[in-house]
Design a protein around this ligand. Structure first.
Ligand code: ADP
Ligand code: ZN
Length: 679
């Protein structure tokens, strides 16, 4: 085993590298300059933390986010690694402790905010302590044209020259321009070893739904995930507050978060979200950069994001620990109108506006996709993929129909009314609804009046929305959102092209989502017990729950049920230090719970038949635990006895008594025989 692989298991408790990590770690360990572009949640931090342990000297980590640095330092401490941070968030004592550890040569990783680089003292200090590697997190902050520009990042190039050590830069932002800027500013224009990791996040389930009572849709989505931490993104500040209140009423722990709030209040929400393992934050996109919680289990969009990039970034906050996460994005014609007008009314130059429309179109194309969403999403980022089996369209392929005629009727209604009207009026014309407005304009005399009676209003709304989504028509901001035809629609109008639309979105609302669990029913009680233990330990230690063990680790524990510390050590995320600290406590939960939980036996029962009987026998025995009257002394049967009954199916009392003994047969026998006779 290589030293890196060894540390991966012993310190970090992972049994394998995530895709891409191994090559990056190897390059960084060898001392090459590296630039790694990996999606959020891809596991960037390990790519400098692990080399830091292998290489001589201190690794300096520059990161723009104080909360994130503190979090990583805490995580490293838990894993038994000597790390410290110098940030403006430190107490004087903390800073002194970091300096003392540095002077004593004990630190392996030193996290630092970029502002520190402004002082000559810092650079001298770094020279003295023997830095072996510089790691730059969120390297795109060096880009002056990006949204996250941090002027102090421009000093990093000087630092590299001054220390003359290798530099490893990491970012999730991949566009070519930003990459070039990073190379220019951090590496003096010399191309480093570059790694571009895929964009797929296979553990995230993707789903879109047209708005249809959106508040109810969000409430249902949250209800099916009750107690799991999630984010609901909203288009407006006001909506974050009303939706948070509605979720609160429905019994969830929910907070609003937006840019108009007091900074202290915002920080309080951030901190609480980070620590709690069941809070919902209802937020505008202001809730973003600082969020580094790996166990966010779901993200919902109450309104359509502004572009496909924004969508990807926002859903990407879910499931960074690699455990299952779910997303739902709602959209409707109003969203499309709003996003288009924001672009049109913005101050950007025309080329930029055209590009923004294209990015919005890409997102709408994803919303109205007819095949696997992940294929469409990854395709946009230039990656080919097979149907994923993990999105709403793979779950339930949409029914499509030839909508060429319908679209032509709609276009004709638009053109014959001079491109001066919005959807409502156009639908009145198509369905032959002689409103005052229709009559006043003489639109009841048009040849298109009443030609679209094959759909009701709702049906036409779906057609118009999909037409907007395909950019066949666009709302014109100068005409109060009246629809105008685009060039893309001309071939359909002329009869040179056909078009298919989705039928299912024309029909009534989607069914209620089933309550989703992270594990099977059998393992769910154990998982909650493990989570409760984790919460207690986290509270005692004053750290977020995932610092102890992340969800994925607990899920693996619940599913594999280690019985010894040796077996526990083989679980992903259980390194040597954590095994020492927490192994016994969690083992206790598992072995304690297994006594009550019959499932390993249940699992062994071959075929559904025996399993069903087993379940019914269990139920009957629970009902009769205190006798038929509920007054008797408690009595129960072991899981293996019940399993034996389910397998051998004795048909009479004497056979039953032989297997379970007089006393139990007396209490349970008749009821059991009834179950066995049905089976
Ligand atoms: P990002 O790339 O967004 O910075 P992180 O470094 O925070 O991602 O890692 C995201 C999550 O993935 C963390 O919870 C981390 O513990 C986990 N992780 C990283 N590497 C591995 C691995 N090789 N195996 C399993 N989990 C990993
Ligand atoms: Zn799919």
């Amino acid at each position: 085993m290589s030293p890196a692989q060894d540390l991966l298991a012993s310190v970090f408790g992972f049994d394998a590298f995530r895709p891409g990590q191994e090559e990056i770690v190897a390059a960084v360990v060898q001392g090459q300059n590296t630039l790694a572009i990996m999606p959020t949640g891809g596991g960037k931090s390990l790519c400098f933390q692990l080399p830091a342990l292998v290489r001589d000297g201190v690794t300096v980590v520059i990161s723009p986010l104080i909360a994130l640095m503190r979090d990583q330092v805490r995580g490293l401490h838990e894993a038994g690694v000597a790390a410290g941070a110098l940030t403006s968030g430190n107490t004087e004592d903390e800073t002194q402790a970091v300096f003392a550890a540095l002077e004593a040569g004990r630190l392996k990783l030193l996290y630092m905010a970029p502002e520190r680089l402004a002082s000559a003292g810092t650079v001298n200090m770094l020279r003295r302590i023997g830095v072996g590697l510089i790691a730059v997190d969120e390297a795109h902050c060096v880009s002056q044209w990006g949204h996250d520009f941090r002027p102090d990042y421009l000093r990093i190039g000087d630092l590299r020259r001054a220390l003359d050590v290798p530099l490893a830069a990491f970012t999730a932002t991949a566009d070519a321009e930003t990459r070039e800027e990073i190379v220019a500013r951090l590496f003096d224009g010399v191309q480093p070893a570059t790694f571009l990791r895929g964009f797929d996040r296979p553990n995230i389930h993707l789903a879109f739904s047209p708005k249809d009572g959106p508040r109810q849709q969000i409430l249902q989505f949250a209800a099916a995930r009750k107690g799991q931490p999630g984010i609901v993104y909203c288009g407006t500040r006001a909506k974050t507050e009303t939706l948070a209140a509605a979720l609160g009423q429905a019994g969830h722990a929910a907070c609003a978060y937006h840019g108009g709030m007091d900074p202290a209040d915002r920080r309080a929400v951030e901190t609480r979200f980070q620590r709690d393992d069941g809070l919902i934050v209802v937020a505008t996109v202001a809730f973003g950069m600082g969020v580094d919680k790996p166990d966010i289990r779901w993200v919902a969009h109450a309104d359509l994001p502004k572009s496909i990039e924004a969508y990807y970034q926002e859903i990407g906050r879910a499931g960074r620990d690699g455990a299952p996460a779910e997303t739902l994005t709602l959209y409707g014609p109003e969203d499309i109108r709003l996003r288009r007008s924001q672009i049109d009314e913005g101050l950007a130059p025309p080329e930029r506006r055209a590009a923004d429309h294209a990015r919005l179109n890409a997102l709408l194309g994803l919303a109205e996709a007819l095949v696997c969403r992940r294929q469409v999403l990854l395709g946009y980022f230039g990656e080919e993929a097979a149907p994923c089996g993990h999105c709403d369209l793979c779950d339930t392929p949409p029914e499509t129909f030839d909508a060429t005629e319908a679209v032509r009727k709609a276009l004709s209604a638009i053109l014959r009314t001079g491109e001066y009207f919005g959807t409502g009026h156009l639908i009145d014309i198509l369905t032959g609804n002689p409103t005052d407005k229709v009559q006043a304009r003489g639109h009841d005399g048009l040849p298109t009046f009443g030609v679209g009676r094959e759909f009701d209003r709702r049906g036409w709304q779906a057609v118009f929305r999909q037409m907007m989504g395909r950019d066949l028509v666009r709302p014109d901001p100068e005409r109060h959102g009246a629809l105008r035809m685009t060039e893309a629609a001309r071939p359909i109008l002329r009869g040179e092209a056909t078009i298919a639309l989705r039928r299912d979105t024309i029909r009534a609302a989607a069914a209620r989502p089933a309550v989703r669990a992270l594990v099977s029913d059998e393992d769910a009680p154990l998982l909650s017990a493990l989570k409760a233990k984790r919460r207690a330990l986290a509270e005692t230690a004053g750290v977020p729950a995932y610092i102890i063990f992340n969800d994925k680790t607990l899920i693996e524990m619940a599913e594999t049920r280690p019985e010894t510390l040796d077996q526990m050590a083989r679980i992903g995320g259980v390194g040597a230090t954590k095994l020492d600290r927490y192994g016994a406590a969690f083992l206790g939960v598992i072995t304690g719970a297994v006594a009550d939980l019959p499932h390993p036996v249940r699992r062994k029962l071959a075929g559904r038949g025996a399993g069903d009987i087993y379940d019914r026998l269990m139920q009957v025995q629970a009902d009769l635990a205190r006798g038929a009257t509920g007054q008797d002394k408690p009595m129960s049967c072991s899981a293996s006895l019940i399993a034996k009954l389910a397998e051998t199916r004795p048909r009479d009392m004497s056979a039953l008594t032989r297997l379970m003994g007089e006393r139990r047969a007396e209490r349970f026998g008749t009821a059991f025989l009834d179950v066995l006779a049905e089976g």
